[in-house]
Design a protein around this ligand. Sequence first.
Ligand code: HSE
Length: 374
Amino acid sequence: MKIGLLGFGVVGRGVYDLTATRDDMKVAKVVCLEDVTLPDAEVTKNFQDVLCDDTIDTVVEAMGGLHPAYEFVRAAIEAGKHIVTSNKALVASFYDELIPLAKEKGVCFRCTAAVGGGIGWLSELERARRMQTIEKVGGIMNGTCNYILDSMTRLGLTYADALSQAQALGYAEANPTTDVEGIDTWHKVILSSNIAFGISLDTDTVPVAGISKIKASDVENFTAHGLVCKLISTGKCQDGKVSAYVQPTLVKQGEPESAVPANYNLITFVGAASGRMSFYGQGAGRYPTAYNVVQDCADVLAGKGFYSPYGEKVAAKNTDVLSYYVSGAADSWLKDNTQETWGDAIITKPVSVEEMHAWRKANPEAFIAAFAEN
Ligand code: HSE
């Protein structure tokens, strides 16, 4: 395999290092805007040097972002090159174009590192779904948010200090807003649901709430009540009805999710035959993520295409009813739906996920966290 590597940041550099000693694959060209010199790969600023090189059979996209990653990947598929990417924003946003196009052109398209960093989550989901109906996917899918929440809970760090550390360790996206507002997790649960349920989720119907408004006083409240806050994604398919959402969630101390430390992820599917299966590992960072990219390259060598057949567009209906912790806002809707108060914070009566997220959209300064379903 001759690889054209797009991007030489945290993940790209890791891919270069991990392939350096292999004899079944080689990074032949690297597209990178910085001035980098590599002993055994040509470095270019021009993507056309990869696209027009017929000896390059596989493009590894590790640039991140939507543009020009989309244009480059699309052109590479059109040119008959296999694609390996760690870019969940790209795959979730252009699912309806890229997945059918890859099939039409007969090229492999792998993106295991896009969800769970180094965890073999999508690759196992591929195997799981061919044997059984998958009823549920989700869990802790963002290393940066988990690092921040864990540092605030266990070490008493401020939100700002914990975020700076996560950035310094290379966990955060180029724009950390994507992590802390839950967008990264949103992309990951959409992609996981698409593969698990054989659909193409209408992204506009998947609500997301992030962690950026959490304060030390909220964390103190949770600890006092034996709860731990985690950013948790949910994708469910029951009786043909799909629901999907991302939100801070309060889990009881002692539950598996409550113990997940640092940049680790804990991702779960529930299958009709297998029941609950959970996957735990480093969800972010250079070598864990690059490890899964190189695994995908090996899968391409083995002729593996995408993880599931492309499925029809489906809108999520989020009628699940949950109680929520709310801080940092007060209005008549909240007053009417108050069940109890914890200091300045409010615990709501059970309300639908849809209703709660609609309220939060109108109150962006509020912090909300759902009580986990039993
Ligand atoms: N920024 C992401 C995270 C990287 O923190 O999980 C891995 O997708």
